[in-house]
Design a protein around this ligand. Structure first.
Ligand code: DP6
Length: 370
């Protein structure tokens, strides 16, 4: 597949107005995407667990307008008009216009809500951009009907629909392309993963051991403030980063190492890879120029407590981090009770206002009835 395969040939149907609603989850990377080339092409492959509880629901209402000269849209979060969301969506629309050429023909009203508080420090870009991309694909679906040689009219096939939605979501925010399906998604070309692509996410194609089914992710909200350095700025600092090439090679390597780990259910090796990835991500931030630190003192307190508890109990608890101070605690279903008890009694004290979110591995986005 190349970018050109996502440019539609012609729209066969004329549609005056309509609506579409999708609910799409967040995801947590195990091997991290950090560094990108032009057009949202990742510098290295990544793999993530799709989440379940942390999600965005977006309703897109569209109506034909008189002139096709510019984008026209309004955005609402929880029913409140959000002017500050517009620039990011405008950039998104510019990037995808070639692939969804109907964009300037309609006025769009985007109504969105998250299951997690907007100011939780949890990035809503993955769930938000994937939900919006799916809504736009639902519009495209209505504009296209394909007449097969049998004479039967069909619509876009599901595979193309999902692939293109992931392709569009990537152009909104890279990690968003991993949020459409579940439960393990790879984004970025990797020599051992057939059909892996820099353009969209694909389902992890190999065997996954029972140990990784229903995996838990309890998200400790250490700092709910706005990040001082955005992901976009952080990605850019990987250009000319002194360790960039080694880091990108390491990500390829870690993804290779995860293949037998997933197959055999080797939780010890899983932990080694996942925690190393998280600390390497933050290591890259600390060694870029300018350098920066997104972890907070409580992030380190939590990490140390996790290590001590793991050593004392032999339980398979581990952490990962995104580009922020919050800690994602990952653990298997059959150890969930004891680990959750530990989280509640020992770790919640380090969260801002005691806030945390219980999530687990999920299966991707869903269209909701009108
Ligand atoms: C640290 O997807 O938010 O969460 O493509 O600029 O929107 P943009 O970046 P974004 O970067 C996420 C980086 C990460 C790691 C990951 O999810 O793989």
């Amino acid at each position: 597949m190349t970018e050109k395969d996502f440019i539609p040939k012609t729209y066969t149907n004329s549609v005056e107005n309509g609506t579409a609603t999708w609910s799409s989850p967040s995801n947590i990377a195990l091997v991290k995407y950090w560094g990108k080339k032009d057009n949202q092409i990742p510098a290295n492959p990544s793999i993530s667990f799709t989440l379940d509880a942390c999600k965005t629901t977006t309703t897109l209402t569209f109506s034909k307008k008189e002139r096709n000269d510019d984008f026209s849209f309004e955005v609402f979060l929880d029913g409140e008009k959000k002017y500050d969301f517009k620039p990011k969506i405008e950039t998104f629309f510019k990037r995808i216009e070639n692939y969804v050429p109907f964009l300037k023909e309609y006025h769009f009203v985007i109504n969105t809500k998250n299951t997690f508080p907007h100011s939780s420090g949890i990035a809503s870009s993955a769930s938000g951009m994937s939900a919006l991309a799916l809504c736009l694909m639902s519009v495209e679906k209505q504009l296209i009907s394909i007449v097969r040689s049998s004479g039967v009219e069909t619509s876009l096939d599901e595979n193309h629909f999902n692939q293109k939605a992931s392709f569009l979501a990537r152009l909104g925010s890279g990690s968003a392309c991993r949020s459409l399906e579940g439960d393990l998604i790879v984004w970025g070309e990797h020599k051992e993963i057939p059909n892996s692509s820099n353009l969209f996410g694909v389902k992890y194609p190999f065997e996954v051991h029972e140990n990784f089914k229903n995996y838990h992710d309890t998200i400790l909200l250490v700092d709910k403030g706005e990040k001082q350095v955005s992901s976009t700025v952080g990605h850019n600092l990987m250009h000319n980063h002194p360790f960039a090439e080694q880091r990108f090679a390491q990500a390829h390597n870690n993804l290779s190492k995860l293949i037998p780990v997933f197959k055999e259910g080797n939780l010890k090796s899983f932990i080694d890879i996942v925690e190393s990835e998280a600390l390497t991500l933050h290591g890259m931030m600390m060694t870029s120029m300018p350098y920066f630190i997104l972890m907070k003192p409580n992030t380190l307190e939590i990490i140390n407590k996790i290590w001590r508890f793991r050593q004392d109990t032999g339980l398979h608890i581990c952490f990962t981090l995104d580009a922020g101070a919050n800690v994602h605690i990952l653990y298997p279903e059959n150890e969930a009770q004891e680990i959750y008890e530990f989280i509640k009694t020992e770790l919640v004290a380090y969260c801002q206002n005691g806030h945390y979110i219980c999530d687990r591995i999920g299966f991707g986005a869903k269209q909701l009835p009108i």
